[in-house]
Write a protein that binds this ligand. Structure first.
Ligand code: UGA
Length: 438
């Protein structure tokens, strides 16, 4: 089939490659000419394991091309996927859907009446119905084919998640849309991936609900961590024990510095804002607490540092990690970066290390000092905070770095370190959600 992917950020670039790998002829549309040039050279422009290689392969195979705007070739397309961003609006909790409206009006002059527009962006429930009306007005079609097909990919495993998702959800208003989506996802459906057909609103809400549930799970275990910290219990063991109950499950119960990134934080806020608009704000008022628990974990790290070092003024503190999770260079709403900024605000001299995201850190926060060399980063530090669980941090040799530090103190913000090994190297080890005997 002929497919277009509109908006080539994380979601769009990955989806374009996944569609090409599924055998479709794909046109990627992205207004930023620099981004288009980069994609044409086989680079996605962000760190995602395996993506650049797959991108280059699909370009070489002639299945994937990029352009800055629609042209006559868009008239040949059967399914247009809209993958533009829906960031948090400045000064409000709500999602900014302006890129979606722009995508619809740009596409309308080139849309065939029998083609389908399938939105993939995460949107406030009710958005697809508004966009359908806009599309009808712009094209004159009495029943434009517009569907919603939320994406559940995770950064770090994006391509794999796109090619082999847990489920495909499609919200449609007519049979033609469903048939086109069945055709486009045929290889995945044939491999046994569940294909759920819903109305538009349900498909939109499925995505918001999934992310709200995941955020709730993380904040739940972090709330238990707060209780564990003052009662001598161990939140990691607690998570393991409750996770054996299949109704609870052990995934997404890792306690630590909390969730960040471009999705969970903004999506729970957008859901609260939308519920409020719909007059049912109380239904998800609890998400305010989920957000607060998450933010408190960052403060907890600063409190631990202060309880050990007194004032942080002029103390040299190394933050291991800046990305919001390993295998990603995404620093949006990153707990690690927020901890670095909080420590700096408290007077500390902060050094940030991250295997891939330091260029982005320097652009966004030139006030922070960074060190690319992991060993050198330990020189003369008074404390170390492990804030993102990159493999290189878990594999560090504590004996080797212990001789470099001014003071042997490490806070394990992700509960991944081999505590005994660090203690043997002379470190005092603290962690979130448990009390360690040093
Ligand atoms: C999340 C969802 O997991 C995806 O299903 C969804 O498609 C995506 O948002 C999106 O809306 O686009 P992602 O933001 O890539 O994916 O990252 P996650 O793996 O969900 O991790 C989010 C944050 O939670 C990270 O900061 C991670 O460190 C933290 N986390 C995760 C924990 O603190 N504890 C856990 O047990 C799991």
């Amino acid at each position: 089939m002929k497919v277009s992917v509109i908006g080539l950020g994380y979601l769009g670039a990955t989806h374009a490659v996944a569609m090409a790998k599924s055998g479709h002829q794909v046109i990627g549309i992205e207004p930023n000419p620099e981004k288009v040039a980069m994609l044409q050279s086989g680079r996605a422009g962000f760190f995602e394991p395996g993506l650049d290689q797959a991108l280059a392969e699909q370009i070489a195979a002639g299945r994937l091309t990029f352009q800055i705007a629609h042209d006559e070739s868009s008239r040949l397309v059967d399914v247009h996927f809209i993958c533009v961003g829906t960031p948090q609006t400045k000064g409000s909790l709500a999602a900014d859907t302006s890129y979606l409206h722009a995508a619809i009006s740009d596409l309308a002059p080139y849309l065939r009446e029998d083609a389908l527009v399938a939105g993939k962006s995460t949107v406030p429930v009710g958005t697809a119905a508004i966009l359908t009306k806009e599309l009808g007005a712009a094209t004159g079609f009495s029943e434009p084919n517009l569907a919603w097909n939320p994406e559940f990919l995770r950064e770090g495993t994006a391509l794999e998640d796109s090619l082999r998702p847990d489920r495909l959800v499609v919200g449609v208003t007519n049979k033609r849309s469903e048939e086109l989506l069945r055709q486009v996802f045929e290889p995945m459906i044939a491999s046994g991936i569940p294909f759920l057909v819903t109305d538009l609103a349900t498909a939109e809400l499925v995505k918001a609900a999934a992310n709200a549930f995941l955020a709730t799970k993380i904040s739940f275990i972090n709330a238990m961590a707060e209780i564990a910290e003052v009662s001598g219990a161990d939140a990691s063991q607690l998570a393991k024990a409750i996770g054996y109950d299949e109704r609870i499950g052990n995934k997404f119960l890792r306690n630590g510095v909390g969730f960040g990134g471009g999705c969970l934080p903004k999506d729970i806020r957008a859901l609260m804002a939308r519920a409020e608009e719909l007059g049912v704000g109380e239904s998800v008022a609890y998400l305010k607490e989920i957000d607060k628990i998450n933010i408190r974990r960052r403060d907890r790290v600063i409190a631990l540092l202060e309880s050990e070092l007194g004032s942080l003024s002029e103390k040299r503190i190394l933050i291991l990690g800046a990305a919001f999770k390993p295998d990603s260079d995404d620093i949006r709403d990153s707990p690690a970066l927020e901890i670095a900024l909080l420590a700096q605000k408290a007077g500390a001299e902060v050094i940030v290390h991250d295997p891939v995201s330091l260029p982005g850190v320097l652009i966004k926060h030139p006030e922070l000092s960074v060190q690319e060399d992991l060993t050198k980063a330990f020189e003369s530090v008074d404390a170390v905070v492990l804030a993102t669980e990159w493999k290189e941090y878990r594999d560090l040799d504590p004996q080797m770095v212990s001789v470099l530090t001014a003071n042997k103190l490490i806070i394990d913000g992700r509960n991944v370190l081999d505590v005994a090994k660090w203690q043997q190297a002379g470190f005092r080890v603290l962690a979130l959600g448990r009390t360690i005997q040093n």
